[in-house]
Design a protein around this ligand. Structure first.
Ligand SMILES: NC(=O)C1=CN([C@@H]2O[C@H](COP(=O)(O)OP(=O)(O)OC[C@H]3O[C@@H](n4cnc5c(N)ncnc54)[C@H](O)[C@@H]3O)[C@@H](O)[C@H]2O)C=CC1
Ligand SMILES: N[C@@H](CC=O)C(=O)O
Ligand code: NA
Length: 432
């Protein structure tokens, strides 16, 4: 059988890892797929010393790769939107299968890309874009195909989890840890995507589309990042028996789906609470299997390349299959429109932290304000702030309450004379 020919565009962190894995493991890939997978051409602005491209045709024009009649699979690893979209569409128009790690592109332009791919009868695969090296899309699409999925939740941004872990364990300042994550190749070109939750929202939109068979709904995903989580929050959560993790949560509800990305307190005994550093994890609730959980590196050169090459191998097995054998919407969203529920309708327990003037009766006034809205308190800490004369922090865990009601109660608390500044609010989930 003739080799399956691959063109890789972009030779940065993931591109160089992909070249290394394809070359190093060519023998086992051939044995496992029954086909030789040949790295035929690379599109790169400049060489990358992290990989050896000796003997491979390298061009500075990535569109040459997309037009190369020899090539069966174009691998998009340049990142970003405009040029990447153009490249992917050109490759599809030219009848090539596409593998990409670009979750931003898939989350925001996937509906258009998949429509075009369907017309041209080619596969667009994006396993590397969601939870890095974890075969999360494959688990949903194949391993859990028998299940009706009611919800999933995951730690799906490696940089964010790395920052929260280092802040908690070593007390490292946010900016220093972010710099380290960038040096390790974990962060996005624009790291605000990581710290403000946009990257996790891209991934959640893709996971939800696969789990629920809906179109991609990134624009309807409620998104909060980790930038407002303070070292005090991490410490107080720990004292209360919780950890703060940045979670993406997708849940089927009557009337629509919840799609939300935000810092979350989870019990320290929950398995997700032990997912640290750059590791990611996705927890899925299916009606037949119950809960399954997937764990592994969410970012980095070869962990991400592992998923890119897995997609290449899957396509290699199918390139010569009759079109009927190629899964119709292979790695993609379905088409059933569904409503995204507003965040105000979410019912969750909450962590509230407020800076108060340490006057007698202040705690009573806060609990009264909550009581007026029917909000019960589950746990409470009051911490004197030694470094600020006359100030204390009150930290509360509330029972489950509709978020729109909680917001009204928070406004009432912030209006009290004893409260300085804003009330910090982090949702609590038990995920059972
Ligand atoms: N770094 C990671 O751990 C992960 C990254 N990703 C995704 O993989 C993609 C690539 O990310 P990285 O490798 O980290 O980025 P990177 O910045 O290290 O690499 C991108 C490379 O593409 C090249 N490039 C950009 N435009 C080009 C053009 N027009 N022509 C030729 N070369 C061009 C750049 O020069 C650079 O070498 C992104 O979509 C990212 O979101 C996904 C999962 C993990
Ligand atoms: N910046 C992303 C890279 C992988 O998707 C992350 O940190 O998770
Ligand atoms: Na993955």
């Amino acid at each position: 059988m003739k080799p399956v020919k691959v063109g890789v565009c972009g030779l940065g962190t993931v591109g160089s890892g992909t070249v290394n894995v394809l070359l190093r493991n060519a023998g086992i890939l051939k044995a496992r797929t029954g086909r030789e997978i040949q790295l035929t051409q690379i599109g790169a602005r400049r060489p990358n010393p992290a990989c050896d491209t000796t003997g491979i045709d390298v061009t500075t024009d990535i569109f040459e790769v997309a037009a190369n009649p020899e090539i069966d699979i174009v691998v998009e690893l340049i990142g970003g939107y405009d040029v990447a979209l153009q490249l992917v569409k050109t490759a599809i128009e030219n009848g090539k299968h596409v593998v990409t790690a670009n979750k931003a592109l898939i989350a925001e332009h996937g509906n258009e890309i998949f429509t075009l791919a369907r017309e041209k009868n080619v596969i667009v695969a994006y396993e590397a874009g969601v939870a890095g090296g974890i075969p999360a899309i494959k688990a949903l699409r194949e391993g859990l195909v028998a299940n009706r999925i009611s919800w999933l939740a995951g730690i799906i941004n490696g940089t964010g989890n790395f920052i929260l872990t280092e802040m908690k364990d070593r007390g490292s300042p946010f900016a220093d840890v972010l710099k380290e994550a960038q040096e390790l190749g974990y962060a996005e070109a624009d790291p605000t995507f990581d710290v403000e939750g946009i990257d996790a929202a891209h991934k959640l939109a893709i996971l939800a589309a696969n789990a629920f068979g809906t179109p991609l709904m990134f624009d309807k995903t409620y998104t909060e990042g980790i930038s407002r989580v303070t070292p005090d929050d991490l410490r107080y959560a720990q004292e209360l028996g919780y950890r703060i993790k940045h979670l993406g949560i997708a849940r089927q509800r009557e009337g629509g789906v919840e799609l939300r990305v935000h810092p979350t307190l989870i019990p320290e005994s929950h398995l997700l609470a032990s997912v640290n550093g750059v590791m990611n994890s996705v927890l899925v609730q299916g009606d037949a299997v119950g809960q399954t959980m997937y764990y592994g590196p969410g970012a980095g050169s070869e962990p991400t390349a592992s998923a890119v090459v897995a997609d290449i191998a899957d396509i290699a097995r199918l390139v010569d299959a009759p079109s009927a054998a190629v899964p119709p919407l292979p790695y993609s969203a379905g088409t059933t429109e569904v409503a995204a529920l507003p965040i105000g309708d979410v019912v969750a327990a909450s962590y509230l932290r407020m800076r108060v003037k340490d006057h007698p009766g202040v705690l009573m006034r806060v609990t009264e304000a909550l009581g007026q809205y029917g909000i019960n308190i589950d746990a409470l800490l009051q911490k004197e702030k030694r470094e600020i004369a006359g100030a204390a922090d009150i930290v509360l865990l509330t029972h489950e309450i509709k978020e729109s009601v909680l917001m009204s109660a928070i406004q009432a608390i912030e209006a009290l004379d004893d409260i300085t500044g804003k009330v910090a609010h982090i949702r609590v989930e038990h995920l059972d």
